[in-house]
Ligand binder design. Structure first.
Ligand SMILES: O=c1ccn([C@@H]2O[C@H](COP(=O)(O)O)[C@@H](O)[C@H]2O)c(=O)[nH]1
Length: 286
């Protein structure tokens, strides 16, 4: 089944909340775990167990596993396997980007069925140009996988780059952020089974902390073609509330994945299941 269809099904069955798996050193301490590969593995496994049956999507932040080198990656493999065995959609927040032939290798690492680091979707950075990601996006789609291209990120430092207006390209006059959104929408629309009624498998990252107008993104009308999945960090610890989803994203709301990490994880090992359940209800009511 295409990634977009699986995501749509997860929305229907479990809602659109995505639980981030970000084992910050401070959270490990709060959870009574060591800041070690064993600690991040245990943390990740417990978050997956709390997410199971309550949400449909999790997003491990790879950097926190990578801090522990090869042992951290072994821990990550265990967490990814548990999450995928549990039927969760796993979005690997890896933010990879490079020249096209190198990004392809990242795609093979994370998106190949049966690979040790297999996830359902990854995040990709288009700083080397959206075209540098094209073959990897297609690699994902062809394997029932997905990818989210950074368009307008939640951090304030990004605005200077992402609000910049393109001078020379087929999208001259668009902001970088809007060009990423329309480029990704175009990739979805070009797939043989594309339909405006379904979710595409290529998505974008747009922070919930932003005013989309500032990034030249039209909130009034969605891009043509399939619904564009929007991975939306910035809820919870960064200040946005799920109840604001429609006001923030407007016509893009149908595809928005509400992603929260610290605001869920800081409930601790004994409180996380209840915290997730409460947030699911809040997101559903939004
Ligand atoms: O624009 C972006 C892209 C990615 N992130 C990542 O999402 C989580 C947010 O964590 P919170 O604790 O919910 O703030 C984290 O892994 C970031 O690296 C983002 O925040 N903004």
């Amino acid at each position: 089944m295409p990634f977009g269809a699986r995501l749509e099904q997860a929305f229907t069955e479990r809602g659109r909340l995505c639980v981030g798996i970000d084992p910050h050193a401070g959270l490990l301490d709060q959870w009574g775990l060591d800041d070690s590969a064993d600690g991040v593995r245990e943390f990740g496994l417990r978050v997956v167990d709390a997410a199971f049956g309550r949400v449909g999507i999790v997003k491990p932040q790879i950097s926190f596993f990578e801090r522990h080198g090869a042992a951290g990656y072994a821990a990550l493999e265990r967490v990814l396997a548990r999450a995928r065995d549990a039927g969760l959609i796993v979005i690997g927040d890896v933010k990879r980007g490079d020249i096209g032939s190198t990004v392809e290798a990242y795609g093979q690492a994370w998106l190949t069925p049966g690979a040790p680091l297999e996830v359902d979707a990854i995040t990709l950075s288009p700083y080397l140009g959206l075209g540098s990601l094209a073959s990897t996006l297609q690699y994902a789609v062809d394997r029932g996988k997905g990818a989210f291209v950074l368009a307008a990120t939640s951090n304030p430092e990004a605005a200077a780059v992402q609000q910049a207006v393109l001078q020379s390209s087929s999208r001259a006059g668009s902001t970088v952020a809007a060009a990423m959104l329309s480029g990704v929408a175009g990739i979805n629309a070009a797939q043989p089974d594309a339909s405006a009624k379904t979710f595409g498998s290529a998505g974008v990252v747009i922070g919930a902390t932003l005013r989309l107008e500032d990034f030249g993104i039209d909130r009034q009308s969605p891009p043509d073609g399939p619904v564009v999945p929007v991975l939306a960090p910035g809820f919870g610890a960064q200040g946005a509330q799920p109840s604001e989803t429609r006001a923030i994203f407007g016509a893009l709301s149908a595809g928005v994945i509400v992603s929260e990490s610290r605001s869920i994880l800081d409930a601790g090992p004994d409180g996380i299941a209840d915290r997730i359940a409460r947030r699911v209800d809040e997101v559903a009511a939004a």
